[in-house]
Design a protein. Sequence first.
Lengths: 494, 521
Amino acid sequence: MSAIDLSVLTARQVRDGVASGTFSAREVADAAYARIEAVDDDVHAFLELSQDLAYEAADRVDAMRAAGDELPPLAGVPAGIKDNMNLVGTHTTCSSRMLEGYESVYDCTAVRRLIDAGALPIGKCNMDEFAFGSSTENSAFGPTRNPWDLERVPGGSSGGSAACVAAGMTSISLGSDTGGSIRQPGALTGTVALKPTYGRVSRYGVVAFGSSLDQIGPFGKSVDDVALALEAIAGADPMDATSAPEPVGRYTQALDLGAEGLRVGIVRDMLDLEGCAAEVRASVDMAAETFAALGAEVGEVDLPATRHGLAAYYIIGPAEASSNLARFDGIRYGHRVPDAADVIDLYTRSRAEGFGPESIRRIMLGTYALSAGYYDAYYGQAQKARTRIIEDFRAAFERFDVLLTPTTPGVAFHFGEKSDPYTMYLNDVYTIPVNLAGNCAVSVPSGLCSGSGMPIGLQIIADHFAEETLLRAAAAFEEATAFEPVPPLARIPK
Amino acid sequence: MPKDRLTEVLERYEAVIGLEIHTEITASNTKMFCGCPVAFGGEPNTRVCPVCLGLPGALPVPNEAAIEWTVLAGLATECDIALWSQFHRKQYFYPDMPKDYQISQYDLPFCSGGFVDVEVDGDGVGERLDLGGALPFVGPEAVAEDGGYRTRIGITRIHLEEDTGKMVHVGGSEGRIAGATHSLVDFNRAGTPLMELVTEPDIRTPEEARRFAQKLRAIWLALGVSDCNMEEGSMRVDANVSVRLRGSAELGVKSEVKNMNSFKSLHDAIAYEIVRHAEVLDSGGVVVQETRHWDAGAKRTSGLRSKEEAHDYRYFPEPDMVPFTFDPARVAELADRLPELPDARRDRYMADYGLPKRDASLLADDRETGCYFEEAVGLVGDTDARQIANWMLGDLAALLNAEGIAIGQARVTAAMLAELVGLVEDGTISGKQAKEVFAEAARTGDAPGAIVEDRGMRQVSDAGAIEAVVQGVLDAHPDEVATYRGGKTGLLGFFVGQVMREMRGQGNPAVVNEVVRRLLG
Ligand SMILES: [Zn+2]
């Protein structure tokens, strides 16, 4: 068996290694589980390991190779799955006591497609409860730690999915992004993290948070890897009425087109937001210079309506969440108090016990915002702000192919550092407007913070269904910076 | 409740009634937002999937056919069809609702602003006291017609939603929640496409409410949108009832009555509520706005025990689906698909076959009955249409009633009835014999021609053969002959009867009559 170091190998290299017979898919699975064994006690990226499913998938790939069949694009690539995605043979808990022990009875479309493309489902990844949070501290089953510094958060809500890729436990992973839940942990862990256009990837089987905002997307160590994963999971799904009929692009083939001639806009007013670390701000300007050096036309643009993004998001997101989470009532599945006096008692106590504090906060926010007499003032106004944000982006994409912002205002923070919810919410100020507008965006590592040594992420945003352009720009930037963000694993005690 | 009590109340009070009618789109093979089959009953929780169970992560995908059915229903009731529409979530917690919200429609229903004209005749006319003394009456609301009247009931809207599951309360009395130890939920029905039609408060009497519901059922059946089975709950009628003193323009406080599973229950429950409201007001009380439950056995309504709260359903646009757009061309296309509706069919039967209005209505209101009628008439010819109608509304209706079956299940098919009428018309058998043949056909399913053949029931019309029998009868009863000839002509029937008995009923009655008369005379 060759040494398979998943902290170094990209998904494509793993796939090529399996295809060429350098190693078998089974050996890749072995390597993933060995790595998990070594580091996940510290990192806690996984809630559940699915060895049976992973080795089954590996054996299928190895059998195909033995038979001389052409291997699928992700053959033998180990993948982590966020625990809000259903996969038969695993539990789907959303890191909540409410769903502790809940067994998936059907497959999430995106997960199914990933496995059908040859990926090995290694396990289910930790997250903020029901995806409410930006640090994975809201998991009912304990936080995930940042592989770059175990004292710091990996971001959230897809913190486990980000950390398992960053720490080399898997090559890729799936997360979900409602207001930044893929891109923000991507930035905080030095991984490439893609939120596709709303409708690009089916939402069927991912436990809904904000139905008009949620989108599944991949984490990877390279732009090429997330492009590979996107090709596998994207496309219309008859089970999701909001999935888009637009044909799936050849994302991996767009990557070597370079940045020459691309029209790149720095979102100046977002960059100037108070609270953005100077070094983060500088990193965006440096990225713009990099694009200019690559032959892109660089300019500036303001998106004035995005300053209402956070407020609008914290109406629309919780409003939809309060409705989507109503079904967790203890009647058919999930946590139920054993001694309810009547059905109202059953509802109230089961929910009060099953949900963590942030979930309860969002449910209450959303319920209030939709209540009679408040709807127009809150939900109605938020929708108007959303429309203006959409118009801002539309206007910007008449002038530019991609837009640049930081992914987050700062680098990964320490546990407990942002205990006030509003401070925590501010971490998503750059990512939230993209969900409101439905565009696609990717966070790519752009450097390390000189003080903390923690990674910084650049957010690149593109128009609806312009993932080819988005990933092309990201790949050009990645190549130009030649930055290979491997966390200093020495810091992880053995 | 005695009818005169209602009349007495209606002399002083005017009732204002609106209906909410839920109809399951049973024509749809699948549920509203998933692929599970639509059917009644079955083992609990066998027609379910992640979507209609509201499992985490499952998403609704709208059933386009059900939307088309709703648009057709709107077109058949003169509604405007929204060119832009969407679903909303109606949110409240209840165990029969898997997601704890119902996907329904709010301010953008598929259909709005329609009407149905309702005709009232017979006893029900008496409930309309503002018209009662003064028929024929021609006013803005009601038009006198054929000893009855016609009135137009506005339709506020028709929207589409998903049905809930069914609760079974265990341990209490009669499956009621009071006293139950626990409850079970069956989600087989959950997600069935459900049309909700809301009328304007244009209805003034229990009879108008009944007629409206019957008319609507006839229209839905003509469309084929639903089987409209009130017993099984595929058509459910709730009534909002209030009363006000005659001459008052102000609306009274309303109660909502549920659980009427027949048209008679609908009528009686509304009548009960009108009287109850009047009695509350007469005794100086105040009517409480509440939901009440009709108990068909006890013939009264009772308030639901749970404290009624003004629900805040927190409606908001369903984010799992994109809004719907209809272009006018598609609506026109659907309008072309509308079948002949009961009123038009009734008018055609009156014009083409000269049927009286009541008979024409009875045949036209039920699509299957109309098809049966037209098939039979097609086989025997238009001139015998009245005979077909008489058989259908007489012996056949009695038979269906007795056996409790639909016309489609009758052993006597349209072709058999046509054959039977043909046998009478060409003189092969008498009308009396035909009744026997019908009964036999209904029992065995044998063709009328074969029955006539087997039983040797052919009618004897040959005057020569009949004369011989008549002569024999006269010879055997010389005293009666003398009495007859003495002027007691009432004995004619006696002789005819004797002859028919001799001929085992096979004598052509007209010929027998003629011969007896001639030989006696
Ligand atoms: Zn279903």
